[in-house]
Design a protein around this ligand. Structure first.
Ligand SMILES: C/C=C/C(=O)SCCNC(=O)CCNC(=O)[C@H](O)C(C)(C)COP(=O)(O)OP(=O)(O)OC[C@H]1O[C@@H](n2cnc3c(N)ncnc32)[C@H](O)[C@@H]1OP(=O)(O)O
Length: 257
């Protein structure tokens, strides 16, 4: 992977996009991200992933300069489909991904962040879908994911004006979990990641299957699936340990993966 750095800190994997200044999501970066997911799929020790950008920004979106190398409508549609498929894979990933956003998450950068499971932003970061300023539209699922987070009216406003919102606004709208000062971003994200990694692996994975299921299924089949997963986790040693630790008034030690 030439444009992504992947490092492990105990049970947390940190992926850094390394293509400053804009960390524009050229197709080779999307390929690297796909390879990183392949690696993490094989690594049972990782319980949380942090995704961040090196330099001034999280990511300023798809590589606008790369657009000039394409001509046919089908080539542009293909580019969109590849990005959408990768981001859907990320959204359905069995390990929770936290996007750590500073500077800007624009266009494809915000679409990438929206396919992560949680977002921590800096107060002054710019988040937006400015594609209409370029005479195009969002293509990595921005029209489909943004309304989920901010509601339809705000999604229309953000996409049709192309104007970004600040990290503070993103947190108040529910697009981000939290907005913090730039110097607190890393510690806040790592603290959130370690709260997650302290939990039992099978419980984490069950939640990671159930929440995405709620986007595409009806309520009744979601409940049925939740009941089945609830039964399954009780088959693990960690469930016995968690319940016993509560009774014995001690911290649980979870080991299942
Ligand atoms: C399917 C998905 C579609 C999309 O995602 S379309 C892309 C949507 N994104 C955008 O439209 C954002 C475009 N970029 C900007 O608005 C600005 O930039 C920023 C707000 C991110 C930063 O502004 P500032 O601090 O003034 O820096 P700077 O001089 O504009 O940018 C630094 C260098 O980064 C390049 N760059 C910025 N964004 C992109 C991009 N998305 N694709 C390719 N290059 C980009 C610039 O051109 C420049 O480069 P140089 O130093 O060579 O002049």
């Amino acid at each position: 992977m030439d444009y992504l750095h992947l490092e492990k800190k105990e049970h947390v994997a940190v992926i850094t996009i390394q293509s400053p200044p804009a960390n524009a999501l050229a197709s080779y970066i999307l390929k690297d991200l796909s390879k990183a997911l392949d690696q993490l799929e094989e690594d049972q020790s990782v319980k949380a992933i942090v995704l961040k950008g090196e330099g001034k920004f999280f990511s300023a979106g798809a590589d606008i300069k790369e657009f000039t190398s394409l001509q046919e409508q089908s080539e542009f549609s293909n580019l969109a489909t590849k990005g959408q498929d990768l981001f859907t894979r990320l959204e359905n990933f069995h390990i929770p991904v936290i996007a750590a956003i500073h500077g800007a998450a624009l266009g494809g950068g915000l679409e990438l962040a929206m396919s992560c499971h949680m977002r921590i932003v800096t107060n002054s970061a710019k988040l937006g879908l400015p594609e209409l300023n370029l005479g195009i539209i969002p293509g990595f699922a921005g029209t489909q994911r943004l309304p989920r987070y901010v509601g339809q009216a705000k999604a229309y406003e953000m996409i049709l004006t192309g104007e970004p919102i600040t990290g503070n606004e993103a947190a108040s709208l529910g697009l981000a979990n939290m907005a913090v000062a730039e110097e607190e971003l890393e510690s806040t994200v790592m603290a959130l990641a370690s709260k997650i990694t302290a939990k039992s692996g099978p419980s984490i994975h069950a939640v990671m299957r159930l929440i995405p299921y709620s986007f595409t299924s009806n309520f009744e089949s979601g409940l049925k699936r939740e009941g089945e997963e609830f039964g399954k986790v009780f088959g693990n040693k960690d469930a016995k340990e968690g319940v016993q630790a509560f009774i014995e008034k001690r911290k649980p030690q979870f080991n299942d993966q």
